[in-house]
Design a protein around this ligand. Structure first.
Ligand code: ASN
Length: 370
């Protein structure tokens, strides 16, 4: 409900206390919590529902080593309390959906998120949603939600590369910018976005590209769709048409394997996927989605067994187009165009789960070219 949003009463003696807060030698986080708690969020501000799922943004140092930490150790509520100024951007309500490192992200959490967001928008409980998330699988959650939620209200994912206890933790700045983008009217109708390190990325194109750097998210080919700084939000690319698939009603996704191609590749993993009951295979192919002759023969066996095979690429940029080096028509294969293997897997899972099963129809959903 509206009243449940973080609206804090303006305390008497605000200016005196704020002045004290500025000179007291309290730690930054405790100080920020105090200050933000004393400033009332205006009723005219947009309502942003924060859904916390875990990740390094909720990480805390662990004594096992100088750099060790556990992701998903701080709650969403604590996280918000450490970001001064949010109350000037939006009225926030925080809910904890999970508290896991995103290497453990799974379809149950995806369905929980999708249902919660759908309900919040349908019942007009929120004007936008911000999801705090680990960075390892952020692009996958973003793409899943972008595909199943048709609403034009903003949905922003953000996270951090450094845990909350690190020197120069990036979580608070990313959180601030995510709420700023969520609260900006121009963000409507742009699908699910990832806001990290001053950049705004579309779910379709964004990928994590560096193991540890703050500047890890990159959008393939054309780059980010916008930028954000403490003063402004700017979009410099038009909104992309979204692929839409209905949320499967039974909340189940079929098994789809991603198989990574390499020199000297045989068909062992492909045959194993067929034997163990995969409904689909996505190949992270070499270059333009290529595989060896031996692997292609394995893919032929998979297609004959009724498994849908999508060719994607292990290369980070460019399109995998139909019938270039591989005769997709003859082999009955689908080309992923600009979806990377992990996102192609999600789209194939959703299509199979909603009874789109022929390679021709699946190719249509992936797109047939621009
Ligand atoms: N920076 C991060 O968030 C990495 C962490 N492993 C996660 O994805 O939860």
């Amino acid at each position: 409900m509206f009243s449940a949003y973080r609206e804090r009463r303006l305390l008497p003696f605000l200016s005196i206390i704020l002045g004290m807060a500025a000179v007291l030698p309290t730690p930054l986080h405790a100080n920020s919590r105090e200050v933000s708690g004393m400033v009332e969020a205006k009723a005219s501000l947009p309502r942003v529902l924060v859904l916390a799922t875990g990740g390094t943004i909720s990480g805390k140092a662990d004594t096992r080593s100088a750099i060790g930490y556990n992701a998903g150790a701080v709650t969403g509520e604590q996280l918000i309390a450490g970001v001064p100024g949010l109350e000037k951007l939006a009225r926030l309500k925080v809910e904890q959906i999970s508290n896991i490192p995103s290497q453990n992200m799974n379809s149950q959490v995806w369905f929980r998120l999708a249902e919660r967001i759908r309900a919040a928008f349908e019942k007009n409980e929120a004007d936008a949603v911000v999801i705090t998330h680990g960075t390892d699988t952020m692009e996958e959650t973003a793409f899943f939600l972008d595909t199943v939620i048709g609403n034009s209200k903003p949905i922003i994912l953000t996270g951090a590369m450094r845990p909350s206890t690190a020197i120069s933790a990036d979580g608070p700045a990313n959180m601030y910018e995510a709420v700023k983008v969520a609260a900006t009217p121009q963000t409507r109708g742009r699908g699910v976005l990832v806001v990290m390190d001053d950049a705004i990325h579309a779910a379709h194109w964004v990928s994590k590209t560096h193991t540890t750097a703050l500047e890890t998210f990159r959008s393939r080919d054309a780059g980010p769709v916008g930028s954000v700084d403490p003063a402004s939000v700017r979009f410099f690319a038009p909104a992309r048409a979204r692929i839409h698939v209905d949320l499967p009603q039974n909340h189940q996704l079929p098994r789809v394997e991603v198989i990574y191609a390499h020199a000297d590749m045989d068909a062992a993993q492909i045959d194993e996927a067929v034997k163990t009951g995969a409904r689909g295979i996505v190949v992270a192919g070499m270059g333009d989605g290529n595989v060896s002759e031996a692997a292609l023969a394995g893919l032929d066996r998979a297609v004959k067994a009724g498994i849908v095979v999508v060719r994607s690429s292990r290369v980070g940029d460019g399109y995998v187009n139909r019938n270039v080096e591989v005769d997709d028509d003859r082999h009955g294969l689908v080309a992923s165009l600009d979806l990377n293997p992990q996102k192609a897997r999600i789209l194939l899972q959703l299509l199979l789960a909603t009874d789109t099963t022929t390679p021709a129809d699946i190719q249509k959903a992936f797109g047939e070219g621009y």
